[in-house]
Design a protein around this ligand. Sequence first.
Ligand code: GAR
Length: 220
Amino acid sequence: MARQLPLGVLISGSGTNLQAIIDAIEAKRLDAVIRVVISNREDAFGLVRAKKHNIPTEIVDHRKFPSREAYDQALIDILEARQVELVVLAGFMRLLSPVLVKAFSNRIMNIHPALLPAFPGLHVQKKAAEHGVRFSGCTVHFVNEGCDEGPIIIQAVVPVYPDDTEESLSARILKEEHRIYPGAIQLHSEGRLHVVGRKVLVDNLEKEENQVLVNPPLKG
Ligand code: GAR
């Protein structure tokens, strides 16, 4: 049996990406084990999802800590006690301090609902729809000390239409998030990701040179 990469998943809300990771592990598409799910909010629905699958959970409320660094140290203590090797941010709506980024250097992944480096930050599906871009998507990247700017692992592209709303575009993107996040973690589990400067090199990368998308489509 392949080695099971020990994960710590950090959430703040609904946890549909957490669910996609759980499902991929149970379907044996992902060689990993979730050692702990940590939420900064006690009402995060992702906690219910974790408990349903007998995954240990912790609530670490950021409002109870004097500083970002103190909060992140509490996270590190839990992650280290559980011998987590990869930290997975799955809708964790907090900026990380250098304390946590350094403790898990190139071992923290985040998923962002836009094609970085376009549209970093918050409410990015709304911003993409309003901007009139023809494509958006999602990005899984390693976390560095900047906001949404670490080395990119994988991206999925979806079309954006003039009548898209924040909701319709978010749903289209979220569906792809659920595909690429388990995929990115599996690449890491297989030891195929190597960070070199700004780039993430992938061992045995398959290239599809003719994979071109045009929106609106050109006839003929
Ligand atoms: C996802 O769309 C994720 O990309 C986004 O929050 C949502 C969480 O959904 N993350 C960020 O915006 C991070 N800055 P989920 O709780 O259902 O997985």
